[in-house]
Design a protein around this ligand. Sequence first.
Ligand code: ATP
Ligand code: MG
Length: 417
Amino acid sequence: MPKFATSPGTRDILAPDSARWRHFQQVFADVVEPAGYAHIIPPMFEDLGVFLRVGETTEIVTKEMYDFEDKGGRRIALRPEQTASVCRAFVEHRPVTPWKVWYGGPNFRYEKPQQGRYRQFDQVGIEALGPDDPQLDAEVIALAMQFYAQLGLRQVRLSINSLGDSGDRDRYATALRAHFSAHLDALSAESRATLERNPLRVLDSKRSEDAAVIAAAPKMADHLSADAATHFAHVQAALRSASIQFVVDDRLVRGLDYYRRTTFEFVSTALSAAHTAIGGGGRYDGLVADLGGPETPGIGFALGLDRTLLACDAEGVFAAPASRVDVFVVDVTGGAEATSICSALRAAGVGADRAYEGKSMKSQMKAADRSGARIAIIIGDDERTTNTAIIRTMDDGSQQSAQRDNLVASVRQALGR
Ligand code: ATP
Ligand code: MG
């Protein structure tokens, strides 16, 4: 038994998956940076108040927060998400608008760990603050779709909804509360408890007992103000003209209370079970003001890296990048040759690795296999005396002899670069 293991809901990401994680962020940056989104790296912990705002009643904030008092007596939280941090940064730095940023990195939520649900999980996301232009809503959604396409994902379904402005949302919550209260007996115990806190979240219940009462519930669409309804119509028109397919799901509420107007979610139809949501987002037009800034509309999304990679596995796309070790040097003459050959190759920009401790030929060849190198350079006693080296192509086992003096050039040629 090892003395320590990772805490529940956390994992070590080992190679080759770790390279895939890094590549994921790079692909994301390559999609959003050309669209004008600059990288922001918010801290991983902040004042609890950034996340725990007045009226915020959802699980993320009430039950799942990693909060603690630090040695200076401050109430601190590990960030459960990054939108609130970005808005806090906006208030702190007052950049000119539109302010368009992207981020990537871990978040922390005290969840019940299971496949696709962890206590430390990664997200990439964008936020755009300033305009409340529906064209911007469509841009944000389109960038997420472009990113999924870039990964190679095909089975991503986009659902959108409008939660209206804050007044609409409150009136809708009242109507829902009345409806659910009139049918309390038909609701699950969990949904009755949710109703106390936030009637909108009852719509999110996946319990079969609740399905009928939810189906009969009043619809958000009937509670939208004229402004919110027009905004939503324009978002849909912009998505249609960009040929982005979507379904309007008027039961779509999201996990945070700060959402207003447009909300959306991306589901992988290649995944089964409870972790099909691979990303989501929406407008949060009141959040900046809540954090002490000027009234500033905002919209963004966060995509779950862990789950998106599960979706990639399910669709057989976005494989781990190839090994960056191009050459493995097998030296059975003591290791000094491997040292000088590796140095020369690395200095020339060719990835090179080797074995240590004077291992046998067999053991070094095994290591060469494991390294993922396309080529092995083999130095035996003969090669050392004749000042040559064997260049072996790993996948077909073909071998050729090369002069030590121009080994780097011969390797480059064998690698085709
Ligand atoms: P869920 O309903 O699945 O709990 P959520 O609404 O809490 O999701 P968001 O806060 O909107 O999720 O985060 C956006 C994305 O981040 C989710 O769609 C999901 O892919 C991912 N995500 C959220 N929580 C976790 C977690 N605990 N582990 C792994 N990924 C997560
Ligand atoms: Mg959640």
